[in-house]
Design a protein around this ligand. Sequence first.
Ligand code: ADP
Ligand code: MG
Length: 225
Amino acid sequence: SRESFLHIERMHVMSELSASVSHEIRNPLTVTNGFLQLLKDSKTISPDEKIYIDYSLKELERAEKIVSDFLAYGKPQSENMVYSNLKEEVVYVKNILTSYAKMNQVEIDCHFTNTLKTKYDKNQMQQCLINLFKNAIEAMKDRGGTLYIDVSEQEDNIVFLVRDEGIGMTNDEILQLGKPYYSTKKEGTGLGLLMVYGTISKLKGSIDVDSNKGQGTTFTITIPV
Ligand code: ADP
Ligand code: MG
């Protein structure tokens, strides 16, 4: 099954807001987490109170997840467009996710041509790749496999292929992608792809999804140079 989309309208406002909000939220989350950990070790609290603290810590963890799927890595005033080589971003994100991949028995196989220069926002591009690669790894969670990444320049476009050997999707599932809060995961946020669609649409790019249930998925991202 094969579907193409470009969700320009879905994301504009969200992506503008996201970067600046992230830093503001991260700090209080970290502080609160620290104090709750201290309280938890206190000898004077009751077992009931301890349960409340555990709930609070779990909810904090959930908030942290939302921040990292949707907002993280963005700096305030994130419009820091640079003319740079996308290869740097791919290598950086691949390194960040190496241990996560290992944990899930996933190998990463990465190829690119040398010159992939274009204008883009570094933080947003990294976030975008993190979300795509993370999803691919998570799709192979219980079965292992290889995450293939191929980036090349074709005519006046940079083309990213992100292919996994994971659980795959039906046509109906593909049509849900990029909708806010759509997630099939127990602890998913459903915000990762929303961010991806927003970033790519800002660059006037397109996203193509090719997936077969039970076999795997390929995301093809085309960005005009
Ligand atoms: P989350 O990862 O928190 O669920 P995302 O927005 O990143 O949210 O992804 C939304 C949903 O899209 C996932 O829950 C999953 O059902 C589906 N999905 C995304 N990428 C893949 C993939 N590579 N293989 C299979 N399903 C995927
Ligand atoms: Mg995700």
